[in-house]
Design a protein around this ligand. Structure first.
Ligand code: WQD
Length: 346
């Protein structure tokens, strides 16, 4: 009998790729998504890849009763991977209460349900944002968590504390927080990928939309940073590597291999690339010259962040395998698929 796993936000970018990875490992998946930042078409994309249509519940985790009813309806959930959250840094500054309600109340309601169960396993989607601008590079899990630069980042920090505090008094709750660096790319089949609604905030969807002619040019936010080429450095990790890491982390809990009942892991490649290097990687794999212009720095941007991946490599026995070129190639293939689709719908 295959184990049933709940994936909240399972129609989102990282969530959908993780659903595919779970199904391919033989898990039964139930998705909760309120479609606020995704679309039902993603369910079709997942099914096209795995030929298995996950169960889907369109519900809002801010509705405590709905969360409780969900767990009554699905008493045999063996693990939860929790992606559902708002994640736009800039929007969180403008609308902090939306972020504190949507990212934290929902976490509390889920944990209140899980602590009543026999052997709950919980994977939390966290972010390298918790480190702010780290003083030491590469960044290890023991790097100090600094004052968040945005309500979004604060919800990730507080979320980790909520889980850690709960695990201290609920010994049968086993949890892992995964701190992502910069997720990019798409499934190689181009059936699922990043679906930014409106103007993309993140670098790679803006690059691919510019190359597709949907944007006139990419604005590079600052080239006067203290880095080799003056642009910011990030650890860009392929979403396929990230999805696989979620399955590995979940299985660590299901197989009772964890140390203590709460652990934290960085998920990155361990390599930093500047914005200009990311652009060059895209131009190389797409054969397209990208239109871009240097503009002022973006408020709140940190200068450099890339992961020390020793802990995930040694403890999870997981290592990122794809390169930034692989990720750019898959992102471009996905963008071209989106363009074909929108042309056919005109
Ligand atoms: C990357 C680099 C920009 C857009 C954020 C969140 C993080 C995670 C990933 C959710 C920076 C530059 C970007 C553009 C640019 N999100 N850039 N022009 O800010 O590192 O991380 O998204 O979990 O938590 O903080 O990612 O892709 O926005 O920016 O020059 O149009 O690209 O200045 O140097 P970021 P990003």
């Amino acid at each position: 009998m295959s184990k049933k796993i709940l994936v909240t936000g399972g129609l989102g970018f990282i969530g959908s790729h993780t659903v595919v990875a779970l199904q391919e490992k033989g898990y039964e998946v139930v998705i909760i998504d309120n479609l606020s930042n995704s679309s039902l078409e993603v369910l079709g994309g997942i099914t096209k890849i795995t030929r298995i249509s996950p169960e889907f519940e369109n519900l809002d985790l801010r509705d405590k009763q709905a969360v409780n009813h969900f767990f009554d309806k699905y008493p045999n959930i063996e693990g939860v991977i929790h992606f559902a959250a708002s994640k736009a840094v800039g929007e969180s500054v403008q609308n902090p209460l939306l972020y504190y309600e949507n990212n934290l109340n929902t976490l509390v309601y889920l944990l209140q349900q899980l602590k009543e169960r026999e052997a709950p396993k919980f994977i939390f989607s966290s972010s390298c944002t918790v480190y702010g601008q780290a003083d030491e590079l590469p960044i290890t899990e023991s790097a100090p968590v600094k004052k968040a630069e945005s309500p979004y980042g604060n919800t990730k920090q507080i979320g980790e504390e909520i889980i850690s505090d709960t695990c201290k008094v609920v010994p049968h709750l086993k949890a892992i927080s995964l701190r992502y660096f910069n997720p990019i790319g798409a499934h190689p089949s181009a059936n699922i990928g990043e679906l930014p609604i409106g103007t993309p905030q993140n670098l790679v969807p803006f690059i691919t939309q510019t190359a597709a002619g949907k944007r006139d040019e990419l604005s590079v936010f600052g080239n006067d940073y203290p880095t080799p080429d003056g642009t910011c450095i990030r650890d860009y990790i392929h979403v396929m590597d990230l999805a696989r890491a979620h399955v590995v982390a979940l299985e660590r809990l299901l197989d009772d291999e964890h140390n203590g009942n709460y652990e934290v892991f960085n998920l990155g490649t361990g390599k930093g690339n500047s914005v200009l290097e990311a652009i060059k990687a895209f131009e190389k794999v797409s054969g397209q010259k990208l239109q871009y212009r240097f503009v002022d720095r973006r408020e709140g941007d940190i200068i450099v962040a890339y992961a020390d991946t020793t802990k995930a490599n040694d403890v999870l026995k997981w290592k990122a395998e794809y390169t930034i070129e692989d990720a750019m190639e898959s992102a471009w293939k996905w963008q071209q698929k989106l363009e074909e689709k929108s042309k056919s719908e005109e």
